[in-house]
Design a protein around this ligand. Structure first.
Ligand code: ADP
Ligand code: MG
Length: 704
């Protein structure tokens, strides 16, 4: 993710269909791919080496307003913030006065002056954009509205012309409200991260801007303070509430060596922290950026709507032209009458309500998810998640906690337990696997000095185990399959493993090519929530739940029985996990894979939606996954599926609402029943409904 970028707000986007115009302009001056634009929040991010001033100038020339992000959310003057609203109100008052006068005394110079000033006030900005749109041959809302108003004036319908402008201006204000609202919701994710940090070094203590703190600097966090930057505790201990990151409101205890995240709230202790991420790269910033940029990965429905809107507008325009020309010329009907009908069609040709329906909903959903500690990397995943029919779980670290413990060491040789641990830990030092961590911890606890052993030819075989050479002897440590293949197994070992596995324990074998040396027994306990998550997923409509694990089949079956999963694939290598997922895809269409390990990464990629654990997860898994459960909280999974479903159904409602209204008015206006008034009101009404309906997703709680 590129953090070196400037962000700008583009204001006065009447409708997300104008996105095309913004993008065209930007492609020309900035170059494709060097900016990202989020239509739902009206935010534009450009690479740092692009001159923001040139971009601003170009966009202003096209009739848009441009502001720097800082100006925009810190000290935004009232007039600026409510610009659209004020213009609408003023134009509305003028128009109302004119219409009232006209109604009372008939059309006269004063009423016309009032109506004209309303039109000019509300219409000059759209007019500038209309000219730009006409020149680039991208008919947009502004062009349609401008033609409709000029047309209305031509046939002497002053009050209707003014009404069109006022109501159009109102829909601009609406749109601006909705982008403001979604922006605010995303920003609220960031709100917990303070702008200032207390740096402590040899020069003493000082308060600085959090953006200026560099990696390696030491900051001090007082009780009750918010953590400004990600870092590692090197002194002090405290319980910290990291809800903004993990969605988990129970505090987690932090001591020396633990990681704290920007945005968390410190409890009663004081912490000294060594900074590991600069401001723009903290986990929290990354979450916010991902949500902001989620528009880059549009949901397929959004694409569909965009494409539809692109043909819809020209088609209705064409119909309007035919309506204006054909009946009067060929059928000898009244020109005045049919011209008016064509103007109504112009208003209906505006795809606003349709186009905005999707992005508002999706951004609201992503923001809601982020608040619950679920990071969804793009809008499109919401759509696929909503259709999930099968879920595959990894075992170790996913269904089980990953905080493994070595409970027994059975030596089969004359070796002592400490010698076994010494060899095992020296090998495992280099692995990131949960078992590796358990082995190293066990060795440390017994003060076994494994660090002085020199390990050569180290290799980690994902899903199998590790191998390395110590003083000329090659040792193997890993699963039964792995060691069996290396001749480091025996009948005794197999009996031992059977016994332990039956008790739900996991076993790994330490051996060399002449035979086994020891069996290490690992306890791998299921997370408390796993069982209820599986039940809940079924309740949420998931038909098939499976477990895929690299572990021994008995152990796997033990855990599966405990959490209520019937289908188990044990002894799986990473590639075999992929095959399980692919097979599920074939049978069920949309498949979720949940995992944490390096060995899960290929399967995460193969799944329709890959979901990684954020705390116990490996970097590889988190990179590959489409969704990250920041707090490792599996119980968010059913919620996420429900949220996705709810969002998709709201999007569908929105699209249906917008389309039906358009269709009804299309017919009514050709039939000559609809007036300009009605058309614009219906259009605004639809836009308002669609926005409010979409924003509802922000507050979706999973209870249906
Ligand atoms: P899961 O799929 O349940 O997360 P893995 O596929 O990561 O488990 O591992 C499968 C099996 O391979 C483990 O149960 C263990 O026996 C063995 N294994 C993998 N990596 C290691 C390692 N670093 N040290 C010891 N054993 C390992
Ligand atoms: Mg795992």
């Amino acid at each position: 993710m590129s953090e070196s970028r400037t962000s700008l707000f583009v204001s006065g986007i009447c409708c997300t269909s104008e996105e095309t115009i913004v993008r065209k302009r930007l492609d020309a001056v900035v170059g494709h791919g060097r900016y990202s634009f989020n239509a739902a929040t009206a935010e534009l991010f450009i690479d740092k080496n692009v001159d923001a001033a040139i971009v601003a100038k170009e966009l202003r020339a096209a009739g848009f307003g441009v502001r720097r992000r800082q100006e925009a959310h810190v000290h935004e003057p009232f007039i600026r913030r409510h610009q659209e609203g004020i213009v609408t109100l003023a134009a509305g008052l003028l128009a109302a006065a004119g219409i009232f006068l006209e109604f009372d005394a008939g059309s006269n110079a004063i009423s016309r002056a009032l109506l004209l000033s309303a039109i000019l006030l509300g219409g000059w900005k759209p007019a500038i954009k209309a000219v730009a749109a006409a020149r680039t041959l991208t008919p947009d809302m502004n062009l349609l509205m401008s033609i409709a108003v000029v047309g209305a004036l031509l046939i002497d319908k002053w009050s209707e012309g003014a009404a069109v402008i006022v109501l159009y201006s109102f829909s601009l204000a609406l749109e601006s409200y909705s982008t403001y609202r979604t922006r605010k919701a995303i920003r609220s994710l960031m709100a917990l991260s303070p702008e200032q940090a207390t740096v402590r070094d040899t020069a003493g203590e000082r308060i600085v801007n959090a953006r200026s703190v560099r990696i390696g600097e030491r900051i001090f966090i007082r009780p009750g303070d918010r953590v400004p930057l990600d870092g590692i505790v090197f002194d002090g201990a405290s319980s910290v509430n990291q809800a903004p990151i993990t969605g988990e409101s129970n505090p987690s205890f932090k001591k020396r060596g633990d990681t704290v995240y920007a945005g968390s709230i410190n409890g009663r202790g004081a912490l000294s922290v060594e900074v590991t991420k600069v401001y723009e790269e903290t986990v929290l910033s990354q979450i916010v950026h991902l949500v902001e940029n989620a528009q880059q990965q549009k949901a397929p429905v959004a694409h569909l709507v965009d494409r539809f809107a692109r043909i819809y507008t020209p088609v209705v325009l064409g119909i309007a032209l035919v309506v204006a020309v054909f009946p009067p010329l060929v059928l000898g009907a009244s020109f005045y009458d049919w011209f008016y009908r064509a103007l109504v069609l112009l208003v209906i040709a505006c795809p606003c309500a349709l186009v905005i329906s999707t992005p508002v909903t999706i951004v609201s959903a992503l923001t809601n998810a982020a608040r619950h500690g679920i990071l969804v990397k793009g809008g499109k995943h919401l759509e696929t998640l909503g259709t999930t029919r099968a879920v595959a779980f990894d075992k170790t670290g996913t269904l089980t906690s990953g905080a493994l413990q070595i409970t027994d060491i059975v030596t089969l040789n004359s070796l002592t337990e400490n010698r076994v641990l010494e060899i095992a830990a020296s090998l495992e030092q280099q692995s990131e696997h949960h078992i590796a961590r358990a082995v190293v911890t066990a060795a440390r606890r017994r003060f076994v000095d494994f660090e002085s052993l020199e390990v050569g030819d180290f290799e980690a075989i994902p899903g199998r185990g590790v191998r390395g050479t110590i003083s000329g002897t090659t040792y193997y440590l890993g699963s039964h399959e792995f060691c069996h293949g290396q001749n480091a197994c025996s009948a005794d070992v197999e009996t031992l493993m059977e016994t332990f596995s039956r008790r739900g324990m996991s076993c790994v074998i330490l051996g060399k090519s002449t035979g086994p040396l020891a069996v290490l027994v690992v306890s791998d306990t299921a997370r408390d929530v796993s069982r209820s998550v599986v039940t809940d997923l079924r309740a949420a409509g998931v038909e098939h739940v499976v477990m895929t694990t690299g572990d021994h089949d008995r152990t796997a079956e033990g855990v599966a029985a405990l959490v209520g999963i019937e289908h188990v694939h044990a002894g799986m290598l990473p590639g075999e996990k992929v095959r399980v997922v692919e097979d599920l895809r074939e049978r069920y269409g949309s498949v979720v894979m949940v995992g944490d390990g390096v060995n899960d990464a290929p399967a995460l990629a193969a799944a329709t939606t890959g979901i990684a654990m954020g705390v116990s997860g490996s970097d590889a898994a988190m990179e590959t996954a489409d969704v990250i459960l920041m707090g490792d909280d599996l119980s968010r999974l059913p919620f996420l599926i429900r949220l996705s479903r709810a969002s998709m159904s709201i999007i569908k409602q929105n699209i249906a609402l917008a389309l039906v209204l358009k269709l009804v008015f299309l017919v009514l206006s050709i039939a000559g029943v609809a007036t300009l008034w009605m058309a614009v009101l219906a259009d605004d009404g639809a836009t308002l409904l669609v926005i409010l309906n979409g924003l509802r997703v922000l507050y979706f709680s999973g209870k249906t």
